[in-house]
Design a protein around this ligand. Sequence first.
Ligand code: PLP
Length: 453
Amino acid sequence: LDVVRSVEPRIADAIAQELRDQRESLKLIASENYASPAVLLAMGNWLSDKYAEGTIGRRFYAGCQNVDTVEAVAVEHAKALFGAPYAYVQPHSGIDANLVAYWAILADRVEVPHLKKFSKRQVNDLSDAEWAELRAAFGNQRMLGMSLDAGGHLTHGFRPNISGKMFDQRSYGVDRATGLIDYAALRETAREFKPLVIVGGYSAYPRKVNFATMREIADEVGATFMVDMAHFAGLVAGKVFTGDFDPVPHAHIVTTTTHKSLRGPRGGAVLAQPELSDQVDRGCPMVLGGPLSHVMAAKAVAFAEARRPEFATYAQQIVTNSQALAEGLVKRGVRVVSGGTDNHLVLLDVNDGFGLTGRQAEQALLQSGVVTNRNAIPQDPNGAWYTSGIRVGTPALTSRGLGAAEMDQIADLIHTVLAATTPAAGSKAKFTLDPALADRISKQATELLAPFP
Ligand code: PLP
């Protein structure tokens, strides 16, 4: 840090403060983790300086031999880790991985009758008129994805993301009473809507998903089945989700981030069946610029870590902890969406019983050293900005070694804060919380974390 400080002290201070904050507060954001020193060091070095557009052994720049090694090792580990026939590790983020996948699916599936199948041709070979026809055809395709309030992600065809402009999207959701995906309704919608793509996966659904059933539905309607496992990739890698619940054998294409439950560097990856691999390889330059070679190195290290037996123990513990947290909340009277969890996250309803919006609860918890994020719940009366929910996840605290007993204590801290928070009349954002109580909870959180540096 001294080297950084000699150039820009404010950045050195922000980095140091971030470390203190991450050490001393309860990091319960479901999409965050603590990457290992090996991952961080593989990322923080001079591989960052190298340009390497292209694919392994076929680059648009000279001198890419070391990047070739890095990318090939990352691909080797990704394929072995997930049992996938093909892997692409260049995406800079989850959003990029999804865009690469959407491009690959469109290029593979969209046909204009009098043109040869587009996937067999180079973009530059098409005449202007042919290209215009293809663009029109690309812009006229359908996607079926999980609704936002059921836990879907913006990149699954929603208007604030470009995927919502690329596709005509319709959503499937969860059963109102159980909070579980309604597969029968999903099938009905798929039959009627006939999407080109069905997207499985989520950001805030607390249960296992039956990917075998979803593939069956996709086959029935002739859709390509994509799964975005960004959130639960660590649970797939750690063999918590197997059989019907492992997306890799069932989906045509799988996208992920590498920094959430998988505990790698910030980034994305795509796994695919061989028939889509040529199109995914065109992710650069179709969607991406030069790959982040240093991040690919860190991905390789993270995948190698995840192949070790101790990662399976870690993944199992994530779920054990999440279930203990859910139980601790339920027994204290908090309504938890779907009544519990099968994965790394729990979705709390803070409107029911506490009369709070997600935003009020999130800020009250933050003042008390408990870092979470507000999240819509199914059929949310408060919309996507204020919301009625709080999403909590256990991947980060499990990395520090906290177990089920600590989760019960954390449930108590959360419940105490929610019960002590009073919403301001007529406001969805303002609230009152006794600062002495917030301070006491914050100290308790730091004490609880002290044995787990
Ligand atoms: N897909 C899902 C399901 C996610 O939850 C997220 C991020 O929260 C993303 C994609 C996007 O990942 P990134 O932030 O790396 O672009």
